[in-house]
Design a protein. Structure first.
Length: 410
């Protein structure tokens, strides 16, 4: 194990033992290997920066870097496909996908793999703990072996390199680096939302645009209204529309209400017609009412439907299946008459009329009921979802428990 702080300004020598200069940076090409250090940047006494490739490295230790270069080391060339550890990692914020949080890198840890001809340096972890801070603070002031002992007194916080997710705000460079957000996308949207809240606006935009639309939309449904507006306003109206279309209608309406009127109109105009109409319907209601809280994605059938019809409707349901717990029944005029727990639908005789196993709703909320009334009904009847009805008794929407919980914590 060897630290970047121990390699920083390490003397470098050519194949004949003549001084080349001092090591000032390391480069990793993630498109080829996410671990292997491919380039060693050495500053010559004349301030020129020269590049030593990993195949030209003979040996490396805390004392010196020995190369196989005989003459004329090549000048460093701009290369956006390389991660420069000093510029891109050290002191930068990264996402620890294992612990699901944002941290700032203080040091990088490597191991040395000797071979018959030369050595390989591999990044194995980053250190964000106090021990790394001590090494940085006393770097060049205290002998390296003494500094190792001193830093070992303080707790380290090691993040394996494979759990490091770099934040690259330039989409073109992110593509060249081939930074993968596959692990990031596997996090729960609530964890991703917490991570977003800790990032700058540019970093938030970069992370969201690196995720697939469904994951990004679910994540934005979990963030604060301020962060939601900030992210959506930092991307194009077309991209924002793609994300809003992936949200449940109630969350989509909240998203549009968080934007400036001009931006909201642009996003709405860029949406597909069906999704646009769903959201427009909800935008007509005040935010702090049952109508403003409800979603229009639920399963509802007429009284003449059978259990088999209900099963087929559930199979074709395009909303959030995790929140689908009941099937609703209405009469010929759309007035709510009852509902059936999904578990009962699954075990009932497919030929049985759905109305025969339906029970009257425990409670309903008028579309203009305030949030306090809605929350009281959830608490009183221990509901998972609350039907919302118009003045004529017609079923117009549904407030789910997760949305009620969100409002309760505001």
């Amino acid at each position: 194990m060897i630290f970047f702080t121990e390699l920083d300004h390490l003397p470098a020598f050519d194949a004949k033992g003549n001084p080349l200069g001092r090591l000032v940076d390391l480069g990793i090409a993630p498109s080829r290997s996410v671990f292997l250090v491919e380039e060693y940047v050495v500053r010559r006494p004349d301030r020129r920066l020269v590049a030593i490739t990993h195949s030209q490295l003979q040996s490396i230790s805390v004392q010196a870097l020995q190369t196989r270069v005989l003459e004329g080391a090549v000048d460093v060339q701009p290369n956006e496909s390389l991660i420069r550890l000093r510029k891109d990692v050290l002191d930068q914020q990264i996402i620890d996908v294992n612990q699901r949080k944002v941290v700032r890198v203080t040091d990088v840890i490597f191991d040395i793999e000797p071979t018959e001809q030369h050595a390989h340096l591999r990044a194995v972890a980053v250190d964000v703990g106090m021990g790394a801070g001590v090494r940085r603070l006393l770097q060049g002031v205290v002998a390296k072996h003494t500094l190792r002992t001193l830093s070992g007194i303080f707790p380290g916080q090691i993040i394996p390199w494979e759990f490091v997710n770099l934040i690259e705000v330039d989409p073109a460079r992110r593509l060249r680096l081939r930074i993968s957000n596959e692990r990031l996308a596997r996090l729960h949207p609530a964890d991703l939302a917490d991570i977003l809240e800790e990032l700058s606006r540019e970093e938030q935009s970069a992370v969201i645009q690196s995720l697939d639309d469904e994951t990004a939309a679910h994540t934005l449904s979990e963030v604060s209204p301020e962060t939601l507006a900030s992210v959506l306003e930092s991307i194009s109206a077309e991209k924002a529309a793609d994300l809003v279309e992936e949200m449940p209608p109630d969350d989509a309406a909240d998203a549009l209400q968080s934007l400036a009127p001009e931006m909201s109109a642009q996003v709405l105009a860029s949406m597909e017609e069906e999704e646009r109409e769903d959201v427009r319907e909800l935008l007509a209601f005040e935010e702090d009412t049952a109508g403003g809280m409800m979603t229009t994605h639920f399963v509802v059938l007429g009284e003449t439907a059978t259990v088999a019809h209900a099963v087929e409707a559930v199979r074709s349901f395009e909303g959030n299946l995790d929140l689908l717990t009941r099937v609703f029944v209405t009469d010929a005029h759309g007035v709510l008459t009852g509902s059936v727990a999904l578990s009962r639908v699954l075990i009932a005789d497919p030929a049985a009329p759905l109305a025969s196993i339906a029970a009257p709703p425990a409670a309903t909320a008028p579309v203009h009921a305030d949030t306090r009334t809605v929350l009281d009904l959830f608490h009183k009847y221990n509901l998972l979802m609350l039907p919302v009805v118009g003045d004529d008794g017609r079923l117009v929407g549904l407030v789910t428990a997760d949305d009620a919980l969100d409002y309760a914590h505001r």
